[in-house]
Structure formats: C-alpha cells, structure tokens
Ligand binder design. Structure first.
Ligand code: FPP
Length: 268
C-alpha cells in the first residue's frame, strides 16, 4: 500500500515558482485523486512550425522539447508515479530521411542535456518500444541516461521510441509462447508481465494534443480503462496550464469500470 497523501506538506513547495493562474488551477485539484500514470501523445509540432512560416518541421519538434521539459517537471512536482511520452512511433520511420535524422539528433541531445534536470528532480528514465531500431548515437545516450538515473526513486519518465502498440503485442506474444507452453497458464497478469510496460501501472489518463480523436497505436492494451483528454492545443504550446486543465478534467469524470459508481481499476 502507498503512504497516505499529505498534500499540505508538498503542494506549496511544488508550486513555489508557478504563476498565480497555475496555482489557482492547482487549488481546484484534489491531491488524493491524481492519476498515477499520465500518457501523452504529443502531436502538432509540424503544424506549429507551419503556422509560424517555418519551412522546416524540425523547428516544431525543437519547440516541443520545452513542452516535454515543463510537462516532466510538473508531473514530478505533483508526485505522479509515471509519465509516458509518445516520442517516436514505428510509423514515424516512414517520414522523410532528413526529418528522422533531425529527430534522432534532437533525441540524442535531449537525453544528454536533461541529465541534470532528471537527477535534480529524482526522475528515473525508462524507454519502451523496439529500441534496437534506434541509431547508435541516440541509443548510447538513452542507455547512459537510463543507467545514470536507475537509482532515482521519484517519478518514472517513460519515452516511447520506435514504439507501436501492435508491435509491442507481437513481441509480447512471442515471449508468452516461449514462457508458457500450456495456453491455460496465460491470463491478464501473464500478458502484463511480457509487455514493455511490465511493472508499471496502466495509464489512468491519456492526453492527446492537436485535436485528433485517435489513439494511433499507443499503449493499446494498457489504456483499456484510461480517461482520454483531447485538446486542440499544439504540442509546442502545451504548458503547465494545459496539463493542470487535463488533470482537472480527469477528476471531473467518474470511472465506473463497468460497475456502478466510483470504484478502483479491476486490475494492476
Ligand atoms: C508529432 O508532431 C510529434 C512527433 C512525431 C515527435 C514528438 C517529438 C518531440 C516532441 C520532440 C522530441 C521528443 C523528445 C522526448 C526528445 P507532428 O510532426 O506529427 O505534427 P503535425 O501532426 O502537426 O504534423
């Protein structure tokens, strides 16, 4: 069991450098009912760049890094357990070579530049997806940052890299068959245990920016009971304020899990 939450002890500290607006939004939240795991589909970098007349979409991805940093810091300050970001999908390999190369370089630089920030905030970095697809530079930076942060005990930041929900399920099925020759042994817990997200709680809240009402192959098994929050805001414009609004929306909704009234998730 987790320890009882005593918000009075940490909320003023968490929001010390926030604006008055943001503090007001925070005050509307119930600290005892925050999601344990927030997952975000970061969409709209390309449109953001186009809206500003930039010819290069990478300008949008670069701007998106600031949103990644602010979302990560805020979720850690709020003491969420897990923040998962859809940083690069299996399908993203179909983008122009130059954009892929720029994104991988951005990822490599991010993984090195953010080490102090992750350590200062006691955040542990994890990654899910077909990580062997990554170019050597990005992979080495990822492995090193995961190693450096491995003993951090606060929030887990999970980057989804070369990730696809169906790809994850195929890889999981192969492991299942190898581990369980008897199909009767296979149950939900056995499937959980062979997913990339093994050991993590399922997302309670899935956020998507840029307004598309889709889940695009993200955490297909794990979002079974997640509340979904879609905002038209483009990812580079997504700031603490929008994150707090998503959390407020989450708390307004009652999750029934097929039962009656408020209850807890039927598993994990
Ligand atoms: C979608 O925008 C976003 C991506 C494909 C990648 C997201 C990457 C970042 C935010 C930067 C790198 C992240 C990390 C963690 C280093 P889009 O290009 O599909 O936008 P559009 O839908 O407007 O075209």
């Amino acid at each position: 069991m987790s320890e009882p939450i005593t918000p009075q002890a940490w909320w003023p500290e968490a929001s010390r450098d926030w604006s008055a607006d943001e503090r007001q939004l925070l005050a509307q939240l119930d600290p005892g009912r925050l999601p344990a795991h927030v997952a975000i589909i970061m969409d709209g970098n390309g449109r953001w760049a186009r809206q500003r007349g930039y010819l290069d979409r990478i300008r949008g991805h670069e701007a998106g890094i600031d949103s990644v940093r602010e979302a990560t810091r805020t979720c850690a300050q709020l003491r969420l357990q897990v923040l998962t970001l859809y940083a690069f999908s299996k399908e993203n390999w179909r983008r122009p070579k130059a954009e892929i190369a720029a994104l991988m370089e951005l990822l490599r630089r991010f993984l090195i530049a953010e080490r102090d920030e992750l350590m200062d905030n006691n955040i542990r970095l994890l990654a899910i997806g077909s990580l062997d697809d990554l170019p050597n530079g990005a992979r080495a930076a990822l492995d090193e940052t995961m190693r450096l942060t491995a003993n951090n005990t606060g929030m887990k930041l999970v980057l989804s890299l070369s990730y696809g929900g169906r790809d994850e399920l195929v890889r999981a099925a192969r492991k299942l068959v190898a581990q369980h020759p008897d199909p009767a042994q296979i149950n939900e817990a056995a499937i959980d245990a062979v997913l990339d997200t093994a050991g993590l709680p399922d997302p309670d809240l899935l956020v998507r920016t840029r307004g598309e009402m889709r889940v695009t192959n993200f955490l297909l098994w794990q979002i079974a009971y997640a509340v979904i929050f879609v905002t038209p805001v483009l990812w580079p414009d997504f700031r603490r304020r929008q994150l707090l609004e998503a959390l407020a929306d989450y708390q307004r909704r009652e999750r029934r899990y097929g039962g009656v009234g408020q209850s807890t998730a039927p598993r994990g």
